[in-house]
Ligand binder design. Structure first.
Ligand code: SF4
Length: 309
C-alpha cells in the first residue's frame, strides 16, 4: 500500500499543524557512535543552541493545537547536554498537558541529580540509546569508556522510576545487536528483566539516508518513490536549533529544508509550498533528484514513473 508507515500524501497535506514535533534544543552530543553521522559532520557544520524565545514560541504555537500528540525535545543530538532541558520539559508539559513529552538520550549525562530532576518533571517517555552491555562493545560502538558508570546511574533512574514515576514509559535501545555476542545479549536481558521497561534490540543499522555506509544502503538513488516506511518520517515536524525545519530526522546535513520558524509560523511551514514539493517527490508525484534526502534512504518505498503504473 503506497505510503504505509508515513501514511498517504493526502492525509499529510490535509494537516494544518503537525501532530508530532521533534525539537533540537542543542546540536551537541557527548558520544561518537559508529552508526551516527554526527561525529563525521559536526566539525564541518555550524553548531549551536536554540534560543529560549524560539523554543517558547514553538511550544506556545503547539499549545494552541490540542491535536498535538507528542513533543519530543530531541533531534539528532544528545538533549541532556542542554543545561536548560529540564526547565524546557516543564514549560512544554505545562503548556501542552495533553501531549506526550518525550526525550531520547544516551544517558551519559543522566547522573543521579539529573535523574531526580527528570522524575520531578512532566516527562512521560524516555528512550535510552545504550547499544551495548560489555565495556569493549560499548567503547567500539560509542567511543566511550564509562559503561559501568553509565549503567550504575541508569539503574538508579530505573529504580527511582519504579518507586516514584512508574507512568514514565522507558525503552532501552540497542541498534548494534550484530556487534554483541549472544552471551552479551542474554546478559543484558537478564540484567534489566525486573526494570519494567522495554528492550529494543535490533540489527537495524541504517545508512541514515546515505549519510553513512551500511549493509542495506541504497546505491542507486531512488528517482521515483511511493512513500516512506518509517512511522515518524514526514509525519513529524523536525525543528533544528536555528529554527529551520527539515523533512526528516535522517537529514544530518540539513538539506531538506521546508521552512524557517524565524520567519514563518508552524502552520505556514506545514501548509507551505516547500513541504508540498518534498512530499510530492517522496510520493512519486514528481521525480526526485539525487540530492533529495529520501533518494538514498532504505526506508523510502521504491516507486515507478507514472506512465509505468
Ligand atoms: S529520509 Fe527516509 S525515513 Fe526520512 S522521510 Fe525520507 S524516506 Fe522517510
Amino acid at each position: 500500500m503506497p505510503g504505509r508507515g508515513s501514511g498517504t500524501i493526502e492525509n499529510l497535506l490535509s494537516e494544518r499543524f503537525p501532530r508530532m514535533l521533534m525539537l533540537q534544543t542543542t546540536s551537541a552530543c557527548n558520544a561518537s557512535c559508529v552508526f551516527c553521522p554526527l561525529p563525521g559532520l559536526r566539525k564541518t557544520m555550524p553548531q549551536g543552541k536554540m534560543s529560549e524565545a524560539l523554543f517558547r514560541s514553538i511550544v506556545d504555537q503547539a499549545a494552541e493545537h490540542p491535536e498535538v500528540a507528542c513533543l519530543n525535545l530531541f533531534l539528532m543530538n544528545e538533549p541532556l547536554t542542554d543545561r536548560r532541558i529540564v526547565q524546557r520539559l516543564h514549560y512544554a508539559g505545562e503548556r501542552c498537558p495533553r501531549a506526550q513529552i518525550s526525550l531520547w538520550s544516551n544517558a551519559v549525562a543522566l547522573r543521579r541529580d539529573m535523574a531526580d530532576r527528570l522524575l520531578d518533571s512532566p516527562l512521560t517517555s524516555l528512550g535510552v540509546s545504550l547499544h551495548a552491555h560489555h565495556p569493549k562493545t560499548y567503547q567500539r560502538l560509542t567511543g566511550r569508556k564509562d559503561l559501568y558508570r553509565v549503567l550504575a546511574d541508569l539503574v538508579y533512574f530505573v529504580e527511582q522510576r519504579l518507586a516514584r514515576r512508574p507512568d514514565i514509559e522507558l525503552v532501552l535501545r540497542y541498534v548494534g545487536a550484530s556487534a554483541m555476542s549472544d552471551d552479551e545479549k542474554e546478559e543484558l536481558r537478564e540484567f534489566w528483566q525486573d526494570g519494567q521497561l522495554r528492550l529494543d534490540v535490533d540489527d537495524g543499522f541504517l545508512s541514515r539516508a546515505g549519510n553513512l555506509r551500511a549493509p542495506a544502503e541504497v546505491t542507486t538513488p531512488h528517482r521515483w518513490m511511493a512513500g516512506c516506511k518509517a512511522l515518524g518520517g514526514p509525519k513529524q515536524a523536525h525543528v533544528l536549533y536555528t529554527g529551520q525545519v527539515v523533512l526528516c530526522c535522517m537529514d544530518y546535513q540539513r538539506k531538506s529544508f521546508i521552512g524557517d520558524l524565524n520567519e514563518q509560523s508552524i502552520t505556514e511551514v506545514w501548509t507551505g509550498q516547500q513541504r508540498r514539493r518534498v512530499l510530492e517527490a517522496l510520493y512519486g508525484q514528481r521525480p526526485a533528484d539525487e540530492e533529495f534526502i529520501c533518494s538514498r534512504c532504505e526506508l523510502a518505498i521504491p516507486g515507478s514513473e507514472p506512465s509505468m503504473r
